[in-house]
Design a protein around this ligand. Structure first.
Ligand code: CA
Length: 229
């Protein structure tokens, strides 16, 4: 699924793109209203994440112009402002949903999934790695004829690991993406959830293992288990 991110705060735009790519989407960023409007009109995207306050052309104007030209791509508007009039103005202009900054990765992903489902577009609804398949809508992890249900945080951790199979996912990345910026969570929580996931993967009799790389983080690896030999 292709996502266009229009946001002039480069750090935020790039962070959103990373969140989306880790979740298995393809994401591109535009950093101002004019290039955002041109890209949005191309019709190449399945969903658009659109900031309201942009240089040159505002997010409201962009969504208004898209709808006038009958471009129906779902739009999720982002704003730092929280007043009801902003929300009403965005929805009146033709946006499909509205999210206030700051937000956490799971909320962004959930809203995008809901938007693309509503449109009946082709949605990436599962991620696979070796003999494991994670259903992104039911949160069930399957291996051959077995399956287990993952809780909210287990699901977020597992989907990050499965979408980043080529590289290591650090504990810090997991903390930031899954738990957001709330400072109460420590790396112990990450370890606890990884341990829950290992138990579930063992129960599935999968050949996938969550390997710990000292000082680096975690990575999925495949080697046959001897547990039930
Ligand atoms: Ca902005």
């Amino acid at each position: 699924m292709n996502v266009l991110v229009v946001e002039d705060e480069r750090n935020l735009a790039d962070a959103i793109c990373r969140i989306l790519e880790d979740a298995g989407y393809h994401a591109e960023a535009c950093y101002d209203g004019r290039s955002g409007l041109i890209s949005a009109k191309s019709g190449m995207y399945d969903v658009i994440v659109l900031d309201v306050m942009l240089p040159q052309i505002s997010g409201f104007e962009i969504v208004h112009e898209l709808r006038q030209e009958h471009v129906g791509t779902p739009v999720l508007m982002l704003t730092a402002r929280t007043t009801t009039t902003d929300k009403v103005e965005g929805l009146d202009a033709g946006a499909d949903d509205y999210m206030t900054k700051p937000f956490e990765a799971p909320e962004l992903l959930a809203r995008l999934r809901a938007l693309t489902r509503r449109q009946g577009e082709v949605v990436l609804d599962e991620v696979s790695y070796a003999d494991l398949t994670l259903d992104l809508s039911t949160h069930d992890l399957h291996c051959k004829d077995r399956s287990v249900h993952l809780s909210g945080k287990e699901f977020e951790v597992m989907s990050m690991l499965m979408s980043s199979t080529s590289r290591v996912v650090s504990k810090q990345d997991l903390l930031t993406r899954v738990w957001g910026t709330d400072g109460d969570t420590s790396e112990n929580s990450v370890e606890a959830y990884v341990s829950f996931l290992r138990k579930k993967i063992t129960h599935l009799k999968s050949d996938v293992h969550i390997s710990t790389l000292r000082m680096l983080g975690y990575r999925l690896e495949v080697f046959p288990s001897n547990q039930d030999a």
